[in-house]
Design a protein. Structure first.
Length: 402
């Protein structure tokens, strides 16, 4: 991959930058700056604008609605999106179930689901993890039994999923279920698309340490699912599951957004701390931490570019996506740790809203208000998408051949 930007690439960058500047909703920008919780409509607003422009799914094949951009253009697009701090399309449709459907789905499944995923009108959630089946996902116990009723075939699904991100907004979910309890673990699993309005589905919130309603328990009690909602063959769902996880992990690396995160960190660390013109960035110990972080991010960026170039030449993301996931999430966490260090004592008090009778936050600089909740929230990144310990096991086996 040639890393020098051509005049065409620079023109493309200008086009993307202008499009974002002219079309990103000011209302969303305001909500982000205030650190407000986003509604379903807020999450989908930018996705829908990108969908109309034909830019929602740069990595998809053109025949299914992808952009046909080169790897360099995709890289520029993600850089510009991160620079402008846009709310990215949620991964569950575009990055996860979409590729599964266009790769393994029937023509009917493609026609039914791909347009809504592209347009940002259908919200998907991921029903993989269960209590007792996270890292050891293949031990999942949610079962689906096949029945025939009035000449039609259905699965009756019973079980519990957990940590289901933003399921409270979901129209559809993709679920791993056990369709053969007698087969070896991975061989008895199927991949089902379930309409979240089907009777028998109950969603219970889990409130996180940062005070957010981001994850849920999803209970399935005799949920009746038409057999045509199964993707790929019965008992072969593990093939779809693994394919999807490789896509999920590449996306988690978040290089462009971490670059923007480091820029912001440096802006914060430059501000005077002691009333005598001295800043944290002037402190050699702190500066060294920032420099280490930037060096690691640059190395990760090159690994991501290699993966992108490989994908451009037809190689899907393989076990190297585990490398991206581990390093990418460690860097995201380190950025929040250094912001917390900048905030110092001011990170300690946290009010979700202004205290009663006040129209401003009571103490400390503005960046410090969300430093602690963001720090806590980002602990998740080394757990979800397969924990970083599990990724290291994959790297040892598949990349290093140990
Ligand atoms: C914020 C958040 C959002 C999530 N969203 C979703 C979602 O939308 N859909 C979904 O299906 N799931 C989701 N998950 C679940 C996530 O995929 C699991 O939490 C993750 O796979 C770990 O599983 P577990 O929580 O059961 O931990 P466990 O598997 O019990 O692991 C506990 C600890 O032991 C370590 N460990 C386990 N096995 C090994 C081993 N063999 N070698 C070394 N170390 C090991 C783990 O790394 C971890 O540190 C989400 C999780 C979080 C935190």
């Amino acid at each position: 991959m040639d890393l020098a930007f051509s005049p065409e690439d620079n023109a493309f960058r200008d086009e993307v930058r202008t499009f974002i500047a002219e079309n990103y909703p000011a209302r969303l920008r305001g909500l982000q700056e205030e650190g407000e919780e986003l509604s379903k409509e807020d999450f989908l607003a930018w996705h829908q604008i990108l969908g109309k422009k034909g830019w929602a799914a740069p990595a998809w094949p053109v025949q299914y609605g992808g952009t046909g951009w080169t790897a360099t253009q995709r890289y520029i697009f993600s850089e510009e999106s991160a620079r402008a701090e846009t709310i990215p399309p949620l991964p569950f449709g575009i990055a996860m179930v979409g590729p599964v459907i266009y790769t393994f789905g029937t023509p009917e499944q493609k026609a039914q689901h791909l347009p809504g995923i592209l347009a940002g009108t259908t919200w998907w959630c991921q029903g993989y993890s269960e209590p007792g089946a996270g890292s050891d996902l293949a031990s999942l116990r949610t079962r689906a039994e096949r029945i025939t009723e009035d000449g039609k075939d259905y699965y009756i699904v019973n079980g519990q999923k957990t940590w289901t991100t933003l399921a409270q907004h979901a129209d559809w979910g993709f679920f791993l279920v056990r369709t053969d309890a007698t087969a070896k673990q991975q061989e008895g699993i199927s991949f089902l698309l379930i309409d979240m309005k089907t009777p028998g589905i109950t969603i219970k919130p889990i409130i996180t340490l940062g005070g957010e309603h981001e994850v849920n328990e999803v209970w399935l009690d005799n949920v009746k699912v038409p057999v045509e909602n199964r993707v790929y063959e019965e008992n072969k769902g593990w093939t779809c599951a693994k394919f999807l996880l490789a896509h999920e992990r590449t996306g988690i690396a978040g290089v462009a957004r971490s670059k923007r995160g480091i820029e912001k960190l440096k802006e914060i660390a430059k501000t005077e701390q002691d009333g005598q013109g001295s800043s944290l960035l002037a402190n050699p110990f702190f500066r060294r931490k920032v420099a280490d972080l930037e060096t690691d991010l640059t190395a990760l960026e090159f690994t991501e570019l290699r993966t992108l170039a490989g994908e451009a030449s037809g190689k899907g993301p393989g076990p190297e996506s585990s490398l991206l996931k581990v390093k990418g999430t460690e860097i995201q966490q380190r950025i929040t740790e250094l912001v917390l260090e900048c905030a110092g004592n001011y990170a300690a008090p946290y009010f979700r809203e202004f205290p009663e009778g006040s129209n401003e936050y009571p103490i400390g600089p503005e960046f410090a208000h969300r430093a602690a909740p963001t720090y806590f929230n980002m602990r998740k990144t080394s757990i979800y998408g397969g924990s970083n310990e599990i990724q290291r096991n994959i790297i040892a086996k598949m990349v290093l051949g140990l």
